[in-house]
Design a protein around this ligand. Sequence first.
Ligand code: SF4
Length: 274
Amino acid sequence: MSAPHEVGPLPDADTVLDLTSTQYEAELTYFIEHRIHHAPRSLQKALGPSEIGIECARRLAYKIAGTPEVHEGDGWLATIGTATHAWLADTFTAANTMLGQERFLLEQRVQIGSYAGEPVVGSTDLYDRVTRRVVDFKILGKTTLTSLRRKGPSTQYRTQGHAYGRGWAAAGHPVEKVAVWGLPRNSALADSHLWEEPYDETVAVAALDRLDGIATLVSSLGPAAAAVVPTADSYCSYCPWYRHGATVLTESCPGHPGSRVNTGRPSSVESLIA
Ligand code: SF4
């Protein structure tokens, strides 16, 4: 443990700020929320690899049409995910040093392909040059981790894995398998689960073809395209275009029929954590 370092004087050193625990918690929370909400945001309008496999075509149509989002989450779970990803990148960089070889390539940007002339580019978590695996880290709550173990990943996660595989392959790195490594957010590391399957380029290509179709519809109908494409429960309550009771579908969505938001069942938020 390091010794306390020299600190400069406070502007009003004789005054103690007298706060209740509630006020103090609000004060500390303010700094967290300020940082989350003032973090540099991607101005990229094109969809990224984590989005191209979203099952709900309406959500994709909103994004492609540039329809303004109607709400944003508080960003805390996404922040946990981002912070953990940064720690994992450090950890596998240290592993390279330990091994004396650059086995793991981390956080590198690859181009997956394109739809409607828009490149799909994203940063991948890990490529293992020794086993020729592409690994996507997911920091998951219990429900989604259990689902990953029992049923495999969602279409969105699986597509993302193959999309990164395509990106690495295009960059000249052979890919044998793609993996989604679910790491527990709320329990011991032993609860993690790694799902994998042989790399299949057609998964990513099919997703890009689907986006081409949605983009074509958006270019002919504009925001009205969102009202005519099919929906799916892509974590509706955390969808940026979800609005309870929405009726103007060109602007916002009341949720997929039978989804958690429409049945009162608790929702899950794993899709927020890249
Ligand atoms: S709220 Fe649900 S159904 Fe509506 S666009 Fe979003 S994910 Fe799709």
